[in-house]
Design a protein around this ligand. Sequence first.
Ligand code: PMP
Length: 411
Amino acid sequence: MNAPHSPHVGTPPLSRRAEALGTENAFVVLAEVNALLRDGKDIVSFCIGQPDFPTPPNVQDAAIAAIRAGRHGYTPSAGIEELRVAVAGDMGARRGLAIEPDEIVVGAGAKPFIAYAIASVTDYGVGDEVIYPVPGFPIYESQIVANGAVPVPIYLREARDFAFDPAELEAAITPQTRLLILNTPHNPTGGILRAQDLDAIAAILARHPHVWVYADEIYSRLAYDGAFESIASRPGMRERTIISDGASKTWAMTGWRIGWCANRALAPLFTRWITNTDSCASQISQWAALEAVCGPQDMAEAMRMKFRERRDLIVKLLNKVPGVTCRTPGGAFYAWPNVTEACALTGCADSEAFRKRLLHEAGIAVLADIHFGRRVPGDGQHIRFSYATSNDAIEEGVVRLAEFIAVASRR
Ligand code: PMP
């Protein structure tokens, strides 16, 4: 391990933890895209992982009413009781579980719970292992490493519609494994853990009772083919599973920063982490989230239907492009086409070179697989389209992609 170094001449050194802290490269690409847009470039963007709809008006009104009613001070660190009760009921009903309000902790988004969970079940530098999906949300690996645990990737393969092979999970578990992170529906592939996958995972974990599970279910309401299922509903999984969900994706509330977690044993610890960091989530946003959970669901459902329509559109269009193939993702709002052949046709060394040329030569902004972790051995090159954008943008973007490949392959 390298000695910690100073960021600037004359400043004291930084911690190993700080130096190990990763990031979401999506934000780096986004900055690049924004700079091009500022220069007047015409770019169709598929970069951003957030709904392109406004927060439903009833939810906006609830926030304004909270401000006017003076409900804008600190709240208990675990969140206002009304929201914990509502979330417990809603989260439980959607998963066929009886969840009690005191199992629920409300935070400033679902994201902070990733760090709280890892920090709560692993120790620094002692070889504690965390198994996590690759490709995957980059914060998993970043927080595993920053917390001094050992990242153990489990590969999601195209041949399995981006679920992992349960045999690979079994092989990855050791006596040092502390936590398994699952994410369904999945960012970046849109893949889903199907009933038989969940059965297989639960059967494996039954043989390894020392492993916690972090079920990142932030896209649970954006599952398109059949009902959403949680690992927590499988026999023996309830108490050891940390269920994570939130307001960001379901009600187009990313900037409101409200997420939640359920686990009886860890709820008091998560509450204490929040007392140590944020104190509480924004009270105004909590009242808004209460309206989101308990109010009419027609807008959430309309957004879901719109995403499904766009999914069908983008998958159909991408599969018509020579050199590109795309599986039908079961949820979230991401398509993860295989562009191995397109890279070969256009003389791009890999998906990242392809992504850069798409941005600069074709005016399409996407992310590359390397923004979501190390490459899956033998699974080729992929790029991510977030289809949280209009049908027109989807059509225009895919036309540009096809034209770029056609022109670049003739050179
Ligand atoms: N998990 C996954 C897989 C995500 O994609 C995101 C958002 N991009 C989050 C968690 C965090 O969501 P938030 O903090 O907005 O609730």
